[in-house]
Design a protein around this ligand. Structure first.
Ligand code: BES
Ligand code: ZN
Ligand code: ZN
Length: 495
């Protein structure tokens, strides 16, 4: 996939060479070589303002036989000294999208133009590996004449004078992106084609590919373990629920393990507290947390960090049949706590209650749960920021740092005592699963917190961030793959 080379020349053959143009800087050596090959025309075009140096502006021109590479694509960098990791990821995305539109398979990038005092060529290569893979992701449709791409990027060459290990860095960046892209595919898949059983099948594929240990609990196992909350949700569905457990052991001794728990509702109709028809089709995305966890496991399988990880995915449908859970029902979770069901549409916290408890039983030292949990988080934070709740500020800081490295945003919500009291408002049970609209994302998160005891825990509500209605530089409309890369980074940095 990737190659590192010193100098672009007349003889080297690619479909396209990308050259970065800074507003104030000189041409980097790759661009200077191109300039010489085409008799100074690059400089000339730049001078005439035909090649924009504005950040993100693309222009392409032909070399007309003066070099074996027929097309040069210039990319404006603005003031290159101000470029951040976020900018580079976005610029890589622009190149990726253009390459995809032009059906490029063999791309070359003159890399040194992108470096500055805070970004080494190795970091740039990482970000290109990540950004190119994210931006060229395609939501494959099911039309008679499918949009499955017939051509894709196969070979990427980095021209650089640096001695840094660029191929390794780009491969690492790509590992983050392929995990997130896998998340996207899972989340984009219609609910009839991705049932809890199918999701368990996906976990099995990962186990086979990377040697993870796999355990899938069936409903009889859940009964034996007293998982009344998870079983309550699946009662209304004809599809059997699954509790999927994937284990990756990265050190000789099992210690310091991270538990990643993901909400895997493959379709959320709301149950008896039925959702409105408009927009209900989007509830195929309600396994976005499970998707993020499986995406992270894909990346972890590739990166093989010296860290121990347990992925726990409770998966069910939230449907209505004659056995469905009813408002007013009281159920008992695995830990013994009882829950009064005030709203059957608040099902995510129910399945997660038993899943985090099971993760603790398996022996994890840290917990993160990821879930498309509440509409309220969209009201609070919109589509671009994931809401968080924690019981441990130091662990929260680690999760936030990880998210910042990969360019995802998290915002911690408050969890003062009065919010916790809102959960204890049932006359007949320990907990009320739907205490009301006010502070809905906070009480939902804290409900899960009732089952993690003292294990350092962060809850991530991705109801707003898991899906985008419009394409961005780094991906098409549809599933975003939110939090897959954050989880990967969190695990990789956990030493
Ligand atoms: N899956 C939904 C939350 C959701 C909303 C995900 C929008 C993605 C986009 C969740 O199960 C739900 O229905 N939550 C209810 C909770 C309420 C009944 C307390 C909600 O947010 O309305
Ligand atoms: Zn729901
Ligand atoms: Zn839901």
């Amino acid at each position: 996939m990737y190659t590192q080379a010193g100098q672009f020349s007349k003889e080297t053959t690619h479909d396209v060479l990308v050259v970065g143009l800074s507003k104030n800087g000189h041409l980097d050596s790759g661009a200077a070589t191109v300039n010489t090959l085409i008799n100074g025309q690059l400089d000339e075009l730049k001078k005439q303002g035909l090649l924009s140096t504005d950040k993100g502006e693309l222009r392409s021109f032909f070399t007309f036989g003066q070099a074996n590479t027929p097309t040069i694509l210039t990319l404006g960098l603005g003031s290159k000294d101000e470029l951040t990791t976020e900018d580079i990821r976005e610029l890589a995305g622009k190149i990726g999208k253009k390459a995809k539109a032009d059906r490029v398979t063999n791309l070359a990038i003159s890399l040194d133009a992108f470096t500055n005092d805070s970004l080494s060529s190795q970091e740039i290569a990482f970000l290109f590996g990540e950004g190119l893979a994210l931006s060229t992701y395609e939501v494959v449709d099911y039309k008679e004449k499918s949009n499955k791409p017939d051509k894709q990027l196969e070979s990427i060459t980095f021209y650089s004078e640096s001695a840094d290990q660029l191929v390794e860095a780009a491969t690492e960046g790509r590992a983050y992106a392929t995990g997130a892209n896998y998340t996207r595919t899972l989340v984009n898949t219609p609910a009839n084609l991705l049932t809890p059983t199918d999701l368990a099948g996906e976990a099995e594929k990962l186990a086979d590919k990377y040697g993870f240990k796999l355990e899938v609990l069936e409903e009889e196992d859940m009964k034996r373990l007293g998982m009344g909350a998870l079983l309550a949700v699946t009662a209304g569905s004809d599809q059997p629920a699954k509790l999927i457990v994937l284990t990756y052991q990265g050190t000789d001794k099992w210690e310091n393990a991270i538990g990643l728990v993901g909400k895997g509702i493959t379709f959320d109709a709301g149950g008896i507290s039925l959702k409105p028809a408009a927009g209900m089709h989007e509830m195929k995305m309600d396994m976005g947390g499970a998707g993020a966890v499986l995406g992270a496991m894909e990346s972890i399988g590739q990166l093989k960090p010296d860290v121990n990880v347990v992925a726990v995915i409770p998966s069910a449908e939230n449907m209505i049949n004659g056995s469905a859970l009813k408002p007013g029902d009281v159920v008992r979770a695995m830990t013994g706590k009882t829950i009064e069901i005030r709203n059957t549409d608040a099902e995510g916290r129910l399945i997660l209650a038993d899943a985090v408890a099971y993760a603790r039983q398996l022996g994890v030292d840290y917990l993160v749960d990821v879930a498309t949990l509440t509409g309220a988080v969209v009201v609070a934070l919109g589509d671009y920021t994931t809401g968080a709740i924690t019981n441990n500020d130091a662990w929260m800081k680690k999760v936030t740092e990880a998210s910042e490295v990969v360019g995802e945003w998290i915002w911690q919500l408050p969890s003062h005592k009065p919010y916790k009291k809102m959960l204890a408002t049932s006359n007949v049970a320990d907990l009320n699963n739907a205490p009301g609209r006010a502070g809905g994302s906070i009480t939902a998160g804290l409900f899960i917190g009732e089952f993690v005891e003292d294990t350092p825990w962060v809850h991530l509500d991705i109801a707003g961030t898991a899906w985008q209605d419009k394409a961005t530089a780094n991906g098409p409309a549809g599933a975003t793959g939110a939090m897959a890369r954050t989880l990967t980074r969190l695990v990789v940095s956990h030493t």
